[in-house]
Write a protein that binds this ligand. Structure first.
Ligand code: NDP
Length: 275
């Protein structure tokens, strides 16, 4: 695999998304978010993942403007918050987000969570926003196979992405295969297990073999599975480290060892039982 920092995944509607992005969950709005985005852009990253729920869309927009990099060279994702789901609310809240960013379009708009009784109407609103070219692509997050099947049955617009928790300790192979066979790109959130498993013994031993950190191995593992990956960091050194994952290759054998770490371990909410 010869990915570079600029490598893109081609989505089912032809839009391209950089494989590697910066997640900004739990980064304070204002200076902290602006600095993180600036450092990621300086490290060559051109993809930022935020959400209405994170409260920092305005700071992401500011940081992008201040960078001087043309807006169209940076891929920005945001997500409709649960309490704003439903047809009318989604349309209204999307425009609020747009205003906060100070943009006239969003690259990727996601349903943050498959809220029961609302997700169908939310998706109808997403279709309209896409049709009006207010966003370049629409997708979902935290959808299980069941939620995806329901959506595919109801709509002719296939979500471009399913953003879910994904790392070797939660290697959701069945979901990955389902997404692949339906042209839905997988995107890994909490790829570093929010830092909780970075000292896992197997991971540490593989990292030392490649003279890399365990965080770099986790990001590289996702990339080698052709999964879009959005590690979060508010720390300059970590941001640079997380971008330095393109100059080595994990062997097939070690990829299998990493795959075998799966233990259905989650750091985020589990959508499995959402009706
Ligand atoms: P991650 O798995 O990315 O882990 C982030 C944690 O790892 C932070 O504590 C960070 O600390 C630390 N870290 C980052 N880089 C390194 C490094 N090189 N070495 C050591 N520690 C490091 O967690 P997130 O849950 O934030 O997931 C990433 C992104 O995914 C989010 O920011 C968000 O954009 C998205 N997401 C989406 C969800 C959804 O429901 N759709 C749910 C959760 C996340 P520090 O800042 O100090 O570097």
């Amino acid at each position: 695999m010869d990915k570079t920092i600029a490598s893109m995944a081609k989505l089912n509607n032809g839009v391209e998304i950089p494989f590697l992005g910066l997640g900004v969950y739990q980064i304070n709005p204002g200076a902290e978010t602006e600095k993180a985005v600036r450092w990621a852009l300086e490290a060559g990253c051109r993809h930022i993942d935020t959400a209405q729920f994170y409260g920092n869309e305005k700071s992401v927009g500011e940081a992008i403007r201040k960078s001087g990099i043309p807006r169209e060279e940076i891929f920005v994702t945001t997500k409709v918050q649960n309490k704003n789901q439903g047809y009318d609310k989604t349309i209204a809240t999307f425009h609020e987000s747009l205003k906060k960013f100070g943009f006239n379009y969003i690259d990727l708009y996601l349903i943050h969570w498959p809220v029961e009784n609302k997700r169908h109407d939310t998706w109808r609103a997403m279709e309209i926003l896409l049709d009006e070219k207010k966003c370049r692509a629409v997708g979902v997050s935290n959808y299980t196979i069941r939620h995806l099947e329901e959506l595919l049955d109801a709509s002719s617009v296939i979500p471009v992405i399913n953003q879910v928790e994904f790392h070797p300790f939660l290697y959701q192979k069945e979901l990955l295969e389902f997404c692949r066979s339906n042209q839905i790109q997988m995107e890994a959130y909490s790829p570093l297990t929010q830092g909780r498993r970075l000292d896992d013994k197997t991971l540490v031993s593989i990292a030392s073999k490649y003279s890399k950190t365990t965080a770099q191995i986790l990001i590289r593992w996702a990339l080698q599975h052709d999964i879009v990956v959005i590690p979060k960091s508010a720390d300059k050194n970590h941001i640079e480290e997380n971008a330095a994952v393109l100059d080595f290759n994990i062997s097939d054998e070690d990829m299998q060892v990493l795959d075998s770490l799966d233990e259905d371990y989650r750091v985020c909410w589990n959508p499995t039982n959402v009706p």
